[in-house]
Design a protein. Structure first.
Length: 298
């Protein structure tokens, strides 16, 4: 049975939600390091997730915690929630965000937000290295335009897509793509094959490749153009972004199949958007902030 795997910041848990939204069960609890991105390897029977780490200080009203300390990590469990293991140790990078995978090749890919880079490693956490570096040092880290957040892969064309969100509600978000494979001898901080697809977006977050030609992403920027689900062509040519769904409370995670998209938000809701029927409904209200989501048969 296919379920939605969702990361719950408030409960510090990973949930499995039925596709009709009627059943919610906890797969793993005790996730106390701000989990963010999640992928499921059905073949090997594992679930992987990134941790943002421990925030630098408790947030004040209206301001989110900061994660400039280098204490991000990646963990793994079996599909039933057992055998929890840290595969990329705490401090190997700064802030783990959306996670993607090439399971056939045995590699993970993720964005390190305050670390300003895109990283990859094998499924055991070895051979960790950067593919893209968008800034270096403290001064660059405080420029939110440098923050990498969402990531997805086109495995057929060997392309990697990612978002850089910019300042909150700032209208300076961008989406890029680059070859998945770092050319021999290339510097991740000075790649010449990076392509800017769109700029001046409200605040793009997570991104998914839909089929072979469309990119779908969440945007938590200001209304009317933010707090929305977007879709745009990326093959054979790059198209104009269009809003598919609006009215979220800080849209974060996105996953889907066929014409159905599932979107999580920091308001604690998972919404089902079916573009074929034009329906847009709240599937389940969990009530605490949700980050990454994925579809899987657990």
């Amino acid at each position: 049975m296919t379920e939605i795997v969702a990361l719950d910041l408030g409960a510090g848990a990973m949930h499995a939600v039925s596709l009709d939204g009627k059943h919610v069960r906890t797969v793993v609890d005790g996730l106390d390091r701000f989990p963010d991105g999640v992928v499921v390897d059905k073949l090997r029977g594992h679930i992987y997730w990134t941790n943002m780490g421990t925030p630098d200080a408790r947030p004040v009203t209206g301001i989110e915690p900061e994660f400039f300390s280098r204490n991000g990590s990646i963990e793994r469990v079996d599909l039933d929630g057992g055998n929890r293991t840290t595969i990329v140790p705490i401090g190997a990078f700064t802030t783990g965000k959306q996670l993607a995978a090439d399971f056939e090749a045995g590699r993970l890919y993720w964005c390190d937000r305050e670390g300003m880079q895109i990283l990859t490693c094998d499924l055991n956490g070895e051979d960790l290295h950067a593919l893209v570096v968008t800034g270096e040092g403290d001064a660059d880290a405080f420029l939110l335009r440098n923050w990498c957040v969402g990531i997805c892969l086109d495995l057929d064309r060997r392309l990697l897509y990612w978002t850089q969100k910019g300042a909150p509600k700032g209208g300076e978000g961008r989406i890029f793509r680059v070859r998945m494979d770092l050319p021999p001898g290339a510097d991740p901080a000075a790649r010449t094959d990076i392509e800017l697809l769109w700029e001046n977006l409200p605040e793009p977050i997570d991104v998914e490749l839909h089929g072979v030609s469309d990119l779908v992403w969440t945007d938590r920027g200001a209304a009317p153009h933010g707090n929305a689900l977007y879709q745009a062509k990326v093959q054979p040519e790059v198209g104009t972004p269009a809003i598919v769904s609006t009215g979220y409370r800080e849209a974060i995670g996105v996953t889907g199949f066929d014409s159905r998209f599932y979107v999580s938000d920091l308001g604690g809701t998972i919404r089902l958007v079916d573009v074929s029927t034009g329906t847009d409904t709240d599937l389940v209200r969990i009530g605490s902030p949700l980050t990454g989501i994925a579809l899987a048969d657990l």
